[in-house]
Design a protein around this ligand. Structure first.
Ligand SMILES: *Cc1c(COP(=O)(O)O)cnc(C)c1O
Length: 227
């Protein structure tokens, strides 16, 4: 488990290096540790090493881990695809949702958010590579979805999330993020503070293009085993 501590340190120093190289303020990018498919013990080890933000993609798996770690002060982020029948549990058990891709899901999360909890922080997932298989709204649909979601009472629209098509080379990794960042910044009437950009393979490019939170799994916890 000491390996996790070392990898956390390594990823964080890479983040700080990318911030300084690209003119970003030191510490302006947060680290979301993506623990999907990994056992509870792995989360506990990262927590002992100081990590507090964890991302999960599969609801039942996440709920089991949350029960086991109920005593821990963790900020839980849901980052997976969302079906309508999952919104009730997601709205009750997470602090953030990065993967909202349609108004219907946002409405349900708002309606179902328990009254004793603060507003649910959400990001809209944007499909910036036009891959038919990836979920997310198009850049063209984004402005009107932002306006509609912004009116919902129990959610707080914080920003956008994107998973671009894997690309090699720094510049080609940068381009899709740049296009989305500029699209959002052009919307003068909205102020979003979160750009959920970057994973293990492209976090430097994502940070160069305005990321405020990187979602890192395999660089921290090793390859995932899907059974
Ligand atoms: C799994 C996952 C990640 C982490 O990917 P790595 O390449 O392992 O860092 C990030 N974001 C989302 C939405 C994911 O599903």
């Amino acid at each position: 488990m000491n390996k996790i501590k070392q990898r956390l340190k390594k990823v964080k120093s890479l983040m700080r290096y990318a911030e300084s190289e690209t003119g970003r303020n030191k510490g302006s990018v947060q680290l979301l540790a993506v623990s999907k498919t990994k056992p509870t013990a792995v989360i506990a080890a990262a927590y002992q090493a100081g990590q507090r933000l964890f991302g999960e993609s599969y609801l039942q798996e996440a709920l089991a881990k949350q029960r086991a770690l109920a005593a821990y002060d963790i900020s839980w982020h849901f980052i997976g695809p969302i079906q309508s029948n999952k919104t009730k549990a997601i709205s009750a058990h997470f602090n953030w949702v990065h993967s909202v891709d349609r108004l219907k899901i946002a409405k349900r999360l708002s309606e179902q958010r328990p009254g004793h909890l603060p507003s649910l922080n959400i990001c809209l997932q944007v499909n910036i590579s036009d891959e038919a298989t990836k979920s997310g709204v198009t850049l063209e649909e984004l402005p009107s979805l932002i306006d509609q979601v912004g009116l919902l009472p129990n959610i707080c629209l914080r920003g956008v999330m994107a998973i671009p098509e894997p690309a090699t080379g720094f510049e080609s990794q940068c381009l899709p993020y740049r296009e989305l960042y500029q699209t959002v910044k052009k919307l003068k009437h909205v102020s979003l503070d979160t750009f959920s950009f970057g994973m293990s393979g492209d976090l430097e490019a994502a940070i160069a293009e305005g990321s405020t939170i990187v979602r890192v799994g395999s660089a921290l916890f090793g390859k995932r085993n899907y059974k």
